[in-house]
Design a binder for this molecule. Sequence first.
Ligand code: BGC
Length: 352
Amino acid sequence: MRALTVVPGTAGSLQLTELPDPEPGAGELLVEGLAVGVCGTDREIVRAEYGWAPPGRERLVLGHESLGRVRTAPEGSGFSVGDLVVGVVRRPDPVPCGACARGEFDNCRNGRYTERGIKGIDGYGAQLWCVETDYAVRLDQALADVGVLVEPTTVVAKAWEQVWRVGERAWYEPKRALITGAGPIGLLAAMIGVRQGLDVHVLDLVTEGPKPALVERLGATYHHRGIDEVAGKLEPDVVIEATGVGSLVFSAMRNTAPFGVVCLTGVSSGGRRIEVDAGGVNREMVLENDVVVGSVNANLRHYRQAAEELAAADRDWLTRLITRRVPLESFADAFDARPDDVKVVVELEGGR
Ligand code: BGC
C-alpha cells in the first residue's frame, strides 16, 4: 500500500512511499483510507517547521484529518466491516499526567503526548491504516463525502466548549460572536455558533472566492474590513480567533463586550513583532472581566460532538467547504495552497 511520508525537519522530503500493509494488533481495526485532509499543520511539517518521526525512524506517515472504511474489526468490538470511521489524533502521554489519565489528553500537562501524523506516531495518510477501537469514532454513512471534516470540527467543538465553560463562571448569555478567519476552522466555528443561536460574524481579507458566500449561506455575516473597525462596532461577546495573526489577536482582545471571551485556535509562527499598548490591554481585561483562552486538539467527547454537528449540518454546505479533492498520485498539488482553497483533501482510494 502507498502512504504520504515525510522526513520531519527536511524540507522537500514529502513523497508517496510503498509500505507493507499494516497488520492490526489485538483491539485494533484495519481501515481502508478514503481521504485525508490537509491543514496548516501538515504544510508546516512539509516545510520542515514542525513534526516528529516515530522513535528510531526517519520517515513519518503524514495526515491527521482521517476518513476510512473498516476492513476488519475485532469480534465484540462494536465495529463492523464497512463502518465509516475517523481516527483520533492524540494519544495520552505514557506517565500519564493527571489530565491524560482522565481522558483529557487534549490538555496534556507534560507535553509527552503523541499525535498521529504529527508527533511520534504514523498518521492516516495511507491507503490502509490501523487504529485502536478506543480511538476510532464511527460516523453516519451519509457522511462518506464529508467525514474528513470531523477532525477540524473537533477542534472547534472544543473551542466552543472552552468558551462556554469560561463564560459560565458567572451569568452567561452570549449574543454575538466574531470569528476571525474564514478557513475551515473559522467556517466550522461559525457553523457551530449559528447552530447555538448566536448572531455570528466572520472576518477575512478576501472579497472574492467561495468564502463570503459560504458565510452568508450559514446565516452569518461576512466582513472584510479591518479588525479594529469591525470588532469595534460589533463588540462581540465571543471571539474565536482562527488565523494566528498577532495583530488580530490583540485587536480582538481590545474590542470585546464586557465579560468577553476570546478563544485562540490559530498557531502563529513566532518572530513577528507588533507594537501593543500592554497597559491598555491589561486595563480593559481587568475592568471588563475579559478572558483569553488558548485551545488546541480535542478529546473523544469532542469527536462525538463533531460527528453529531456534521450529521446535523447542511450536507451541501459541507461539500462546498471541500474546495479541492486531489488524487493520491497528484499529492503535491494538495500542499500548494491556492487563493480559493478552503479545505483541500487527498483521496486515498483507487489505484491500489
Ligand atoms: C491538529 C491538532 C494538533 C495540533 C498541534 C492541529 O493541526 O488539528 O490535533 O493537536 O495541530 O499538533
